[in-house]
Design a protein. Structure first.
Length: 117
């Protein structure tokens, strides 16, 4: 997926449909809203959750509103809400089908550089 330089909108590659969300800020708002609903479902106010997560109240408010945040704040809040398992779906461990792998192939150790052309 390539991104245009204007407002971080993803450009779908040929043959692929576009992403479910139009922009990165759309995703931030969606995620923040889900965290807010989870907090309310647990009957926690923002100050209590911020204290339990070890983050500032303003950081939690920014996260819930989708106004930008850090991975530290996100992970701390997920931990405080006992939802760390959400992170597993963000970066699943890639699996390799041994039947499609040549016998002499070695597991990849690093990414290759960008090729011009």
């Amino acid at each position: 997926m390539k991104f245009s330089t204007e407002n971080n909108r993803p450009r779908p590659e040929p043959g692929h449909s576009g992403p479910a969300y139009g922009t990165i800020p759309d995703l931030e708002v969606e995620l923040g809203g889900k965290l807010r609903l989870l907090r309310l479902d647990r009957n926690l106010d923002q100050a209590t959750l911020a204290e339990r997560a070890g983050v500032s109240l303003s950081s939690l408010k920014r996260l819930e509103l989708g106004h930008g945040s850090t991975t530290h704040t996100l992970i701390s809040v997920l931990r405080a809400l006992e939802r760390e398992e959400w992170l597993k779906s963000l970066a699943p461990v890639p699996t390799i089908n041994p039947l499609t792998m040549p016998r002499t192939a070695q597991p990849r150790q690093r990414a290759t550089g960008r090729r011009e052309g």
